[in-house]
Design a protein around this ligand. Structure first.
Ligand code: ARG
Length: 454
């Protein structure tokens, strides 16, 4: 391919380290689409004769059909997917194949292929995220009134509803979808035509290739076009953020499935057993999603480290951009599918959730708020009084709503019988009707808004 300048061939290890075909063959569709757009433009601008254009197009379509049917052959001597397609084209149509690379370099070619791939990956992940948020919404809807403890510091804090808790994840994954959409919009510029780094002397039409390939516009600067991998890093940061959210959801499912909690039961289809302990039902899929999230973060940091300090424009280091993307995409897509399946099919155990919510003096804040509202006590003082009531309940071995009125009045005489109206977990969640709060009517409102937005 560059034989004119060379007397000898590459060392075997040189060839091995240089070859990207084992992984970049995954770009074959994008590579052929990019070449078809390029050759059509070369024809439209009169840079190539119509006959040559037609032969090249026919050849490219034949290669597409072959790869589709039989996969991409791998020849390490041909280095990468671009050289595989071009070499095969030469076998099929002869010397005209050599005209395809007019006004093009592998530098703008690979940047274009890779953008096309990452753009499709954004769509792919968005579809998976959409399925996950739909599953969360369905489960939240059925559990708008199911009471569970809300935690801070993993200590029982205040009762919330399961629907509200699930809608928190809906919000997180909704932001993730927004991030992928932003990244997609930003990356949707076409580097083709930047050639090696400086642009080309041929009168090419970059608007045409950009629009043929579904890009919004051509990139603005030829040097940036071939040296930019922001779009890949941005995909990875979006993937890492999504994976972090998935990991938190996975962690909660793992915790909730644990016997001391017993808040969820995983169906057989989403459980694994133990080879020694016959009673086991392990949440392996959630654990793997939690584990994969760590790997995805690592892949993100890895590509940042590859790109850091590279001088403009293209350096071969950048060939190392693809594997982290492919791996992160695959890990994330699989984790999303697994977590969606779990969310859709796990069984919640409302009785146990409610019992946990009614423990730990979870309505103490409601007592303090009652003192503020009904007895005009400043909140800080009400907090102190309530602390003494909790102490009394703890000493008596009961929850707050099981203390007698006398016991409560011994703590503070301003308390009267109406206080029992706020001390149950049901009253507690029902009272939290502030915008975005856990009151079931607010949760239903949030679900309805989410449904109309999906
Ligand atoms: N396989 C290369 C890559 O993935 C294609 C670009 C090669 N360009 C070059 N000037 N050697 O980055």
């Amino acid at each position: 391919m560059w034989g004119g300048r060379f007397d000898g061939g590459p060392a075997a290890v040189m060839q091995q380290i240089n070859a990207s075909i084992p992984f970049d063959k995954r770009l074959w569709r994008q590579d052929i689409a990019g070449s078809l757009a390029h050759v059509a433009m070369l024809g439209a601008t009169g840079i190539l004769e119509p006959d040559a254009v037609a032969r090249i197009e026919t050849g490219l379509r034949a290669i597409h059909a072959d790869y589709e049917a039989d996969g991409v052959p791998e020849d390490p001597a041909l280095e990468d997917i671009h050289m595989h397609v071009e070499t095969r084209l030469a076998e099929l149509i002869g010397p005209d194949a050599g005209r395809l690379h007019t006004a093009r370099s592998r530098n703008d070619q690979v940047a274009t292929d890779f953008r096309l791939w990452v753009r499709a990956a954004c769509d792919d992940i968005d579809a998976a995220l959409k399925a996950l948020v739909a599953a969360l919404l369905t489960r939240a809807e059925a559990h708008a009134d199911t009471i569970m403890p809300g935690f801070t510091h993993l200590q029982v804090a205040q009762p919330v509803t399961l629907g509200h808790h699930l809608m928190a994840y809906f919000a997180m994954f909704g932001r993730d979808r927004g991030r992928f959409a932003d990244a997609r919009a930003r990356m949707n510029e076409c580097p083709l035509g930047a050639a090696a780094l400086a642009g080309t002397g041929f009168a090419i039409d970059r608007m045409m290739t950009a629009s043929t390939l579904g890009f919004d516009r051509p990139t603005a600067n030829s040097l940036d076009s071939v040296s930019d991998r922001d779009f890949a890093i941005e995909f990875l940061t979006c993937a890492a953020q999504t994976a972090l959210h998935l990991s938190r959801l996975a962690e909660e499912i793992i915790l909730w499935a644990s016997q001391p909690f017993g808040w969820v039961r995983l169906p057989d289809a989403w459980s694994t057993g133990s080879s020694i302990m016959p009673q086991k039902r392990n949440p392996d899929a959630a654990e793997l999603a939690r584990g994969h999230s760590g790997r995805i973060v690592g892949l993100c940091v890895g590509l940042m480290a590859v790109m850091k300090g590279l001088p403009l424009a293209y350096s071969k280091d950048m060939q190392d951009d693809k594997e982290p993307l492919f791996e992160a995409h695959d890990l994330l897509a699989l984790s999303l599918a697994a977590m969606t399946g779990m969310v859709e099919s796990l069984t919640f155990v409302p009785d146990r959730m409610r019992a946990a919510a009614a423990s730990g003096f979870s309505t103490a804040t409601d007592l303090a708020d009652w003192l503020v509202r009904e007895a005009g006590v400043p909140f800080r003082e009400a907090h102190h009084i309530t602390g003494r009531a909790v102490k009394a309940a703890e000493a008596a071995g009961v929850q707050l709503d099981a203390l007698s009125l006398d016991a409560l009045r011994a703590v503070d005489p301003r308390i009267d019988g109406r206080v029992f109206g706020v001390l149950s977990v049901e009253a507690s969640v029902a009272s939290r009707g502030s915008l975005g709060g856990t009151a079931p009517f607010r949760v239903r409102e949030a679900i309805a808004a989410a449904r109309s937005g999906l």
